[in-house]
Design a protein around this ligand. Sequence first.
Ligand code: 3SK
Length: 516
Amino acid sequence: VSPPRLDIPRDYNAAHDLLARNAGRPDKLAFIDASSGATLSYGELDHQAHRFANALRAQGFAPESRVLLAMLDTPEWPVAFLGCILAGVVPVAANTLLTTKDFDFMLRDSRAQGLIVSKALLPVFESLIGQIPTLRTVITAGDDSSSNMALAHMIRAQTATKTIATTCADDACFWLYSSGSTGTPKGTVHLHSHLMQTAELYGRGVLGIQASDVVYSAAKLFFAYGLGNGLTFPMSVGATAVLLPARPTPTEVFGILKKHQPTIFYGVPTLYAAMLADPARPQKSELKLRVCTSAGEALPAEIGKKWTAQYGCDILDGIGSTEMLHIFLSNRPGEVRYGSTGKAVPGYALRIVGDDGRDCGTGEIGELQISGPSSALMYWNSRAKTKATFSGEWTRSGDKYTVDADGYYTYSGRSDDMLKVGGIYVSPFEVEACLMTHPAVLEVAVIGMADSDELIKPKACVVLKSGQAATAEELKAHVKQQLAPYKYPRWIEFVSELPKTATGKIQRFKLRQAQS
Ligand code: 3SK
């Protein structure tokens, strides 16, 4: 079967394409806010995105300038994202769970001239406003005040005249920050053509998404996974997406699945495990799911089997990356093998490369590399990291895999020490550096440990200074205060020393072996 082929013209604006595809269905619901019940039709979305593009121009934003988006998932998110792109302004979508220190880095690194921030997140930015040399405009979302800089007010004050920036398919369109192994995020630059390539290859090619679908993604829009799931794929065909500004707890998610009856649900393994353990989980007959997806970390086979038994609907486990924008390796409907990540998504080529640089044979472990039309242009301000990751046609994943004779790929760990926690990368070095700032800590090593659902969480092995004391709870609280909350170690083991090489390097693999 030949892969779906998408020829994108040279002169091309991704937001214009996504909106123009739905010009014939102005009354169809594009987005539903599951918290407030507010809705946005495709016609309203088109008007609001163009009005916002005009507002940005009126504020003096030139094409190619950057704007940081730190927004909760509400219908204002697509309005802001698409409005920026229509104006040729480059939205930089930020993880809203991060800290002031992280945002300080992102604003300076991206030299953002604007910030669009949900009112509820303003306290995290307060100490930065006025301190970042390039940042001159702050726009608030979720703000119904009459402030001139409230997004809703700016939209009302503009006309919906359609002026689209002259962009080409290979122009920078938007950035996402991917977590770095040292804790420093990397601005990953994506092009205008990339959104529609992922919609065609995975959204249509694997999920078979169509206008009649209603989708809900537990992964937020600022993640590459959530952006495709909740914005690009539904908009590419005129489907409806449900957005949830709050944290997706099992109660919230089941509430959405019952009330809005999504046909496609995109989750992550930790959430599927928690949903299956929820005594108040609904019956199969109460839901209308036709397909579910999982990414972020490998889906333990047991969770997939239990879900299918409970809801009569498979979970398509797959893997993508911020660098490739979405999923390039996935199980397919009707061909699911739990415990495996499936086969290459048609349109992407995969290879597994050994330490000697040669292609691995069947069953041999090596690093997974990907070639396909959505690979990022570069990491901003990081020439060495760009060269190490994007090597001509091939993009390195940093994940180790094997492939069997039938073409099914199986995950076998990371090439570096990075952990994936609830689908989000956590750098063990960042957590260690944070614990080292506690006055009682002499040395520390952070590794991943499987919980009772076989899902990886951070564990810290800590050596205390002689004569000093600290409790596990105190050290956990210390990390929670300084880093994004999902990064804290779920277990602390006090040890008298850490295993080290002759040159003093901590041997994390020995600590990992001691767990198993
Ligand atoms: O974590 C993943 O597997 C993933 C999937 C889609 C897009 C981005 C990412 C990181």
